[in-house]
Design a protein around this ligand. Structure first.
Ligand SMILES: Cc1cc2nc3c(=O)[nH]c(=O)nc-3n(C[C@H](O)[C@H](O)[C@H](O)COP(=O)(O)OP(=O)(O)OC[C@H]3O[C@@H](n4cnc5c(N)ncnc54)[C@H](O)[C@@H]3O)c2cc1C
Ligand SMILES: NC(=O)c1ccc[n+]([C@@H]2O[C@H](COP(=O)([O-])OP(=O)(O)OC[C@H]3O[C@@H](n4cnc5c(N)ncnc54)[C@H](O)[C@@H]3O)[C@@H](O)[C@H]2O)c1
Length: 454
C-alpha cells in the first residue's frame, strides 16, 4: 500500500476535474488526480465532442462509416490535451483506478491511500436507463455506446426528447436513418415554448417523427425493437435511451466520509463545499445543478480561488449559457420569458427581433429564428435565441450579463454590416425604439430645438 499526502486530491478526470488539477498544480499545489475510466470523462469520450462531431458529419454529406471515423479522429485529436502524460508532465500524480473514501480525510484508489488538505469530487453523471418492462430483451444504446455502432441503424428509436435525444435524432436523420423520438412530456421541455416549437417543427420538417406526451409502456424484440406506447406500437432497428442522467456517487462511499448527498448530487453551498465535510468540494455534474462542460470549468475556477488562495468565492448561475446544437440551434442564458415574468412580474420588458430583419440572414437564406431579450431596469437578465448560429450570437449576451452591463452596451456597439450578430443589436433597438420614436416628449424636445437652431 502506498501512502500519499498532498494539498489537493481530485476525483474524476473529466471537464471539471482536469481544470481543477491543471490550475492547482500550475499554481504550486501538490495534486493527485484519480480517474477510474477514461481520461477526459464524458465530454471528450461520450458527450460534447462525439455528438458535435457526428452532427457535423451528418451535415457534410458523409457516409455513416465516414461519420463514425470522423467522430473517432476528432476524439483522438483532442485526447492528448486530457491525457495522463500531459497531467503527469504538469506535475500531477495521476492514478488510474476507482476512488472511494476510507474516512472523512482519506481516499483509497487501488493500492494507494491519499490524505489531502482538500478533496474535489468531480465524478460526473451517467445515463439513466429506466426499468421499462422488456427493455432487457433488446440492446439499449446510450450516449456511452451509440458512437461506436458498427452498422448504420435503419430506424433509430430514441426514448427522451431532451438535448441528447434531439441532437442525436438530427445527427442520425442526416446520416440517412429513419428516426422516431418518444418523449413522455415535451421535447426540449426546459426551453422557451416559442423557441422549442421552432426546433421541433424543424425536426419534423426533416421527417423525424417526434411523439410528445407519449408514455412508453413496454418494449419487445419483435422485428428488431418494438416499443409499445400510449399512442401505439413503434418498430425500429435500434434503440437509444436518452432519458436523463444520474450522478456518479455510488462508488465513493460518501457515508463514511460524512459527505451529505441526495440522488441529485452532493449537497453543497454556493461555495461548492460539502455542507457536512468542509474538506470536500463537489463540482460539475455531481454538484447537483446544471450539467454542462463550461459550468464544470467555471466551478473549477471558483473553488481554486477558495482552496488555494483562501479567498471567498461563490458559484453563481445567472450568467451560465446553454446551447442545444440542433439546426436551428437553441441558446439560452438566464430566465426564459415565462420564468422572467414569474420572477419579475411587470418589471420585465421582453424585446424581440426576428431573423427575417437581418440582411445577412436574408442573403444566406437563413431567416427562421428569433431572439428575445428579457430586460429589467435597463439591463438584460435573460436571452433566448433560436436560429442559425444562436450558440455564437449568445456570446455577446453572456458577456453583457456576466458583467452586469446595461442594454445600451449592446445598442452602442457598432457591428460590421452585414453580420448575423446585428440581430442582437436589433433586439436591443426593439427595446429602445418605443422609448425614442413613440415618445411625445422626445418629439416635443426635437420640435423646440429645431425652432431655435439657425
Ligand atoms: C451526449 C452528450 C452531449 C453533451 N453535449 C454537451 C455540450 O455540447 N456542451 C456542454 O457544455 N455539455 C454537454 N454535455 C454535458 C457534459 O458532457 C457534462 O456536463 C460534463 O462532461 C460534466 O463534467 P464533469 O467533470 O462533471 O464530469 P465528467 O466529464 O463526466 O467526468 C467525470 C469523470 O469521473 C470519473 N469517475 C467517476 N467516478 C469515479 C470514481 N469513483 N473514481 C475515479 N473516477 C471516477 C469518470 O470516469 C469520468 O471520467 C453533454 C453530455 C452528453 C452525455
Ligand atoms: N448541447 C448541450 O449542451 C448538451 C447536449 C446534450 C446533453 N447535455 C446535458 O446533458 C443533460 C442530459 O441530457 P438528456 O437529454 O439525457 O436529459 P434530459 O433530462 O434533459 O431529458 C430527458 C428527456 O427524457 C424524457 N423521458 C424520461 N423518461 C422517459 C420515458 N420513460 N419515456 C419517454 N421520455 C422520457 C424526459 O421527459 C426528458 O424530456 C442535459 O440536461 C444537458 O445538461 C447538454
Amino acid at each position: 500500500m502506498t501512502e500519499l499526502n498532498v494539498d489537493v486530491c481530485v476525483i474524476g478526470a473529466g471537464s471539471g476535474g482536469l481544470s481543477v488539477a491543471a490550475g492547482a498544480v500550475q499554481m504550486g499545489a501538490s495534486v493527485v488526480l484519480i480517474e477510474g475510466h477514461k481520461m477526459g470523462g464524458d465530454c471528450l469520450n461520450y458527450g460534447c465532442v462525439p455528438s458535435k462531431a457526428l452532427l457535423h458529419a451528418s451535415r457534410s454529406g458523409m457516409s455513416y462509416a465516414d461519420a463514425i471515423a470522423h467522430v473517432r479522429s476528432t476524439i483522438e485529436t483532442i485526447e492528448p490535451h486530457d491525457s495522463e502524460d500531459r497531467f503527469e508532465g504538469l506535475g500531477c500524480t495521476v492514478i488510474r483506478d476507482w476512488a472511494r473514501f476510507a474516512s472523512p480525510n482519506i481516499v483509497q484508489a487501488g493500492e494507494t491511500r491519499v490524505r489531502a488538505r482538500r478533496f474535489v469530487v468531480a465524478t460526473g453523471s451517467s445515463p439513466v436507463v429506466p426499468p421499462i418492462d422488456g427493455i432487457d430483451s433488446v440492446t439499449a444504446y446510450t450516449n456511452e455506446t451509440i458512437f461506436d455502432l458498427p452498422e448504420k441503424p435503419e430506424h433509430l428509436i430514441i426514448i427522451g426528447g431532451g438535448p441528447i435525444g434531439m441532437e442525436m435524432a438530427q445527427a442520425h436523420r442526416g446520416l440517412g436513418c429513419d428516426v422516431t423520438v418518444i418523449e413522455a412530456a415535451q421535447a426540449l421541455g426546459r426551453e422557451d415554448a416559442d423557441a422549442r416549437a421552432v426546433v421541433v417543427k424543424s425536426l419534423r420538417d426533416q421527417w423525424i417523427t417526434v411523439h410528445e406526451g407519449t408514455a412508453v409502456e413496454r418494449i419487445s424484440n419483435e422485428n428488431g425493437v418494438t416499443v409499445y406506447t400510449s399512442n401505439g406500437a413503434i418498430t425500429g432497428s435500434h434503440l437509444l435511451v436518452a432519458a436523463g442522467r444520474k450522478v456518479n456517487i455510488d462508488r465513493l462511499n460518501l457515508r463514511d466520509a460524512n459527505v451529505a448527498h441526495t440522488a441529485k448530487g452532493i449537497t453543497v453551498g454556493d461555495d461548492l463545499r460539502s455542507m457536512s465535510n468542509k474538506k470536500v468540494y463537489a463540482i460539475g455534474d455531481v454538484a447537483g445543478g446544471m450539467q454542462f462542460t463550461h459550468l464544470a470549468g467555471y466551478h473549477a475556477g471558483v473553488i481554486i480561488r477558495s482552496m488555494l488562495l483562501a479567498l471567498p468565492a461563490k458559484a453563481k448561475t445567472h450568467h451560465i449559457p446553454r446551447v442545444t446544437y440542433t439546426a436551428p440551434e437553441l441558446a439560452q442564458i438566464g430566465p426564459t420569458e415565462d420564468e422572467a415574468r414569474k420572477e419579475y412580474g411587470s418589471k420585465v420588458t421582453v424585446a424581440r427581433a426576428e431573423y427575417t430583419g437581418s440582411d445577412r440572414a436574408i442573403a444566406t437564406g437563413h431567416t427562421t429564428g428569433f431572439i428575445k431579450v428579457m430586460v429589467v431596469k435597463g439591463r438584460p437578465v435573460g436571452v433566448t435565441i433560436v436560429g442559425p448560429d444562436a450558440g455564437e450570437l449568445i456570446a455577446m449576451w453572456s458577456m453583457a450579463i456576466a458583467n452586469n452591463l446595461k442594454l445600451s452596451a449592446i445598442s452602442n456597439t457598432v457591428l460590421p454590416y452585414p453580420t448575423m450578430a446585428e440581430i442582437n443589436k436589433r433586439a436591443a433597438s426593439a427595446y429602445f425604439t418605443p422609448k425614442l420614436f413613440e415618445n411625445p416628449n422626445v418629439k416635443r424636445v426635437v420640435g423646440l430645438v429645431q425652432r431655435f437652431l439657425p
